[in-house]
Design a protein around this ligand. Structure first.
Ligand code: SF4
Length: 322
């Protein structure tokens, strides 16, 4: 049975930063053309702010803007309902309600493909999730196994590249000279989206800061961070930010931590506090940066410069929280 879905839109935001090769390879192998929305820009932000409820966090607003950018370009838009991927923590509640929020906020949308991923449920691991959605999109069960294997391969390769090449694998140019080395913590959609982050990584590189993030760490390093935590967070991306922070705190080559938080983020209130207290305890410099739609370029640059200058001048005299 043909579904008429030849083009599938992928909003280039939120979980796209983690799962892009998985989605793109899988659907591509099934003969479906995937079309990602453009990189975030002012128009996307404006559309998102206009269409989303006021009290949503800024990433959810941006996501709505990406959906609007795809609205007239594709036969369907893929917005999976991500509940649990690692078998333990859930995604933040806004990820779970995302397809419903989008349906109610954005008018005249094409079909929304919104399968639920919750690997804690029997028979609903990643493979079965992909088989189900592959069937839904193509209307038949052909080539699912081959598409699944290729997608897993591409997904694994991305992870290995991030760990081996660091931020260069994300398209960032590493600093020529290193003045200080920092752990940069936050959710992928806050760190790697140049527009949403205000060009944070590029700015830090220009200041001579070498950076590591949760995604550039090995699974073993993450696991070591996890064992230091008395109680894990409830949310997948929040755990990764905290575990990476705890790992960096044990590294003498790391001069400080920056935590990038999104305005209006509930989980971040807890993540930020935990990181701040851990930094105090370990006598490591810490800066929390909250990004919203009004974050100005000059203000951000000034804060980063001041923090980096402070770290450089303190480097010889030991570490301290600011
Ligand atoms: S984790 Fe925070 S920033 Fe991300 S979607 Fe949830 S509330 Fe928004």
């Amino acid at each position: 049975m043909a579904t008429g879905i030849e083009t599938l839109g992928l909003p280039r935001y939120l979980a796209y930063f983690t799962f892009a090769p998985l989605w793109e390879t899988f659907f591509g192998e099934l003969g479906v053309t995937t079309i990602p929305s453009p990189p975030t820009n002012m128009g996307i932000l404006d559309d998102g702010v206009k269409d989303t409820v006021n009290d949503a966090c800024i990433p959810i607003k941006i996501f709505h803007g990406h959906v609007m950018a795809l609205r007239d370009q594709v036969d369907a838009i893929f917005i999976p309902r991500l509940a649990c991927y690692d078998g333990e923590a859930t995604f933040c509640p806004k990820f779970l309600g995302l397809p419903d929020m989008v349906r109610h906020s954005c008018a005249d949308l094409p079909t929304i493909i919104a399968p639920r991923l919750d690997v804690r449920r029997r028979g609903q691991d990643l493979k079965h999730f992909l088989y189900r959605v592959g069937h839904q999109v193509t209307g038949n069960g052909r080539n699912l196994r081959r598409a699944y294997l290729k997608a897993i391969n591409a997904f694994t390769e991305q992870k290995e590249r991030w760990q081996q090449e660091g931020l260069a694998a994300f398209g960032f140019q590493e600093p020529k000279d290193t003045r200080v080395q920092l752990g940069l913590l936050g959710y992928p959609y806050m760190l790697y989206d140049r527009f949403a982050s205000g060009g944070l990584i590029d700015k830090l590189h220009e200041l001579g800061v070498r950076l590591e993030t949760p995604d550039t760490l090995s699974d073993e390093a993450m696991k070591a961070g996890e064992t230091d935590l008395v109680q894990n967070m409830f949310w997948y991306y929040s755990n990764r930010a905290v575990w990476a922070g705890l790992h960096f705190l044990k590294r003498p080559d790391i001069d400080g931590l920056i935590h990038v938080t999104a305005f209006g983020c509930g989980p971040d209130a807890m993540v930020d506090k935990v990181l701040e207290l851990e930094c105090k305890q370990h006598d490591v410099s810490f800066m929390s940066l909250t990004i919203d739609e009004l974050t100005g370029d000059a203000g951000l640059s000034t804060r980063l410069e001041a923090f980096v200058d402070m770290l450089v001048s303190r480097k010889r005299g030991g570490r301290q929280c600011d």
